[in-house]
Every structure is written in C-alpha cells, then in structure tokens.
Write a protein that binds this ligand. Structure first.
Ligand code: PMP
Length: 302
C-alpha cells in the first residue's frame, strides 16, 4: 500500500492529509448532495500534464448548474488547487478528485458548499488495454431518467444507481455493469461510457440516452474520426451489444476497457479487438504527450 499523500486542499487552502476531514453532520453524507470530477495527470516528455483539466472543471460547474448551484470557487482557483496537490505531494502520474459538497447546516437549502481536491498516485495510463477484457452484464437496474436525476450531471447521489448495478454484476461474477435507460436502450456503464464496433463503424449512444457526457468518450470520438474510422452517435439496443464485433468502455480512471462478452454472449472480434486497440493507443498517445496532436488537451504543471 503506497503511503498517503502529505497534503489535501480543503475550502481554499492546503492542509495536512489527516486534517482533510468533515463532521458526521455534513449534509452531503446524509443526502448525497455533491458534485465531483475524476481527472488524470500524466508524466509526459515535457513534465507532468493534466489531461483536459479545463473540460473537467467546466463539467464540474455544469453538474452543479443542473442543480441550480454555483461552485464556491472559480475555475482558476480550482485549477490552481489541482496544481498544488500534485506538485506539493511530489506526484506525477496521478488521479485527482475535486469534490464540491454540502456542509453541515439546519437543512439542505441553508448549508454552505464546501470543496476539496485530493490526488493519489495512479499507474500510467500508457499501454494497450488489458488482454482478455472484462465480462459485462446488462443490469436489471435501470439508469435514472432525465427527469429523475439528470444524467448530464456527475453528482454524488447519482452513484447509488451505479452501486446497485455494479455490486449486482460483481456478485454474479461479472466485471462490469452496463445500464439501460427507461426506454430500454443502452445508457452507460456504471462509471464508463459504452462503445461498440460493428461492420467497421464505431458507435456510442447519444448523451440523451442517459450516459454521462464523458471526456474520454469525446476524446475517442474525436481521435477515431481523425484516424478515418467511421463514428456515429445513435441509440443502441441490448442486441446491438450482443451482436457487436467489439465492445469497450471508456473512463478517466480506467482508460479504454475491452469487453469480452455481454450477458455471456462472447464477442467475435476479440478483447481487445483491432479497433479497440487502435482507439486505446490513440488515447494514451495524446494523454501521455507522445504525439504533437491536440496540445490544448495537455495542461502542463510547470
Ligand atoms: N459514465 C459515468 C456514469 C461515469 O461516472 C464516468 C466517469 N466520470 C464516465 C461515464 C466516463 O467519463 P470520463 O471519460 O469523463 O471519465
């Protein structure tokens, strides 16, 4: 087990890691009212660089805005907090968690918003996807609808739905849960976006199907199109996953994860299949600064 980092950022200042604590009356613990991000920092030939930090901080503000809430800090302050927790902890390849959460108060409408940023060491995201892939299960739990908990928001309480689905999948011996929306079409993984490859085309559901607007998803769509791979955003049925040549999941923490089977229907294109491999290589190259393309996506710390 690696030693914990020395410092965390809490409500505007760096504090000792062990002092980054909250009281049990913190309302976010009771009601799940919070908004967060997962961000990667990579060691590149030009030093550590955040991957699409600005886009992640923009999504954080938009997650809060869905709930009518303004962030307690500016994007500039949050970017500087991210920089500090990486540099002051001597980290390079790491994973960051900005979290805006409701503090203690008489009720949820009269409580302060608080904010933390933590970073932890993470393996480099460089390299091909894990051989063999994961077995995915389409969950019996449905993704919440757009008028229940808007899927465009990355909000803490929304992960209760992910917990139901992923816990059941793992208990049944699968690696990853995939959730359908209220209309029965593919929405999202529990913490990943879903892609299939069929007849040479790369397809992912439109965000209005109930997936989070993933930043890795956007990176994949952009890089694949540039590479000349036909890409489309259109609704996917359960059978589109069963009959796909390849299927993969995308997310900041896990990168590109190949799926070997869906509900025990083994995908014929392999795990990882050739398109999954190509996509994973494109994403890791751009994040790790192994290519000159998309320099605006790498935000260097010094
Ligand atoms: N869907 C859900 C529900 C998620 O929690 C995540 C992780 N943030 C994703 C998709 C992937 O998003 P990103 O690529 O921005 O990490």
């Amino acid at each position: 087990v690696p030693a914990p980092p020395k410092f965390a950022w809490l409500d505007g200042e760096l504090v000792d890691w062990s002092d980054a604590t909250v009281h049990v009356t913190t309302l976010a613990l009771h009601y799940g009212i919070g908004f967060f991000e997962g961000i990667r920092c990579h060691d590149t030939p030009d030093g550590p660089a955040f991957f699409r930090l600005g886009d992640h901080l923009r999504r954080l503000a938009r997650s809060a805005a869905v709930y009518g809430v303004a962030l307690p800090h500016t994007a500039g302050e949050l970017a500087e907090a991210c920089r500090q927790v990486v540099l002051r902890n001597g980290l390079t390849d790491c994973y960051l968690r900005p979290l805006v959460f409701l503090g203690a108060g008489p009720n949820p409408l009269q409580a302060p918003l608080r904010c933390s940023v933590t970073a932890s060491a993470a393996g480099p995201l460089v390299g091909p996807p894990k051989e063999g892939g994961v077995r995915a299960q389409i969950s019996a739990f449905q993704r919440y609808g757009a008028n229940t908990l808007p899927p465009a928001a990355k909000a803490s309480g929304q992960y209760l739905n992910a917990f139901l689905a992923q816990r059941a999948a793992v208990q049944a011996g699968y690696g990853e849960a995939i959730l359908l929306n209220e209309a029965g079409f593919v929405a999202d993984g529990w913490a990943h976006n879903v892609f299939v490859v069929a007849d040479g085309e790369l397809v992912t559901p439109p965000v209005w199907s109930g997936g989070l607007p993933g930043i890795t998803r956007d990176t994949v769509l952009t890089l694949a199109a540039e590479r000349g791979i036909p890409v489309a955003e259109r609704p996917l049925a359960r059978s589109d996953l069963y009959l796909a040549d390849e299927c993969f999941l995308t997310g900041t923490a896990a990168g590109v994860v190949a799926v070997s089977s869906v509900d025990d229907r083994v995908l014929t294109g392999g795990a990882p299949g050739p398109v999954t491999r190509t996509v994973a290589d494109l994403v890791t190259a751009v994040a790790a600064g192994a290519t000159e393309a998309h320099p605006q996506w790498r935000e260097y710390l010094h």
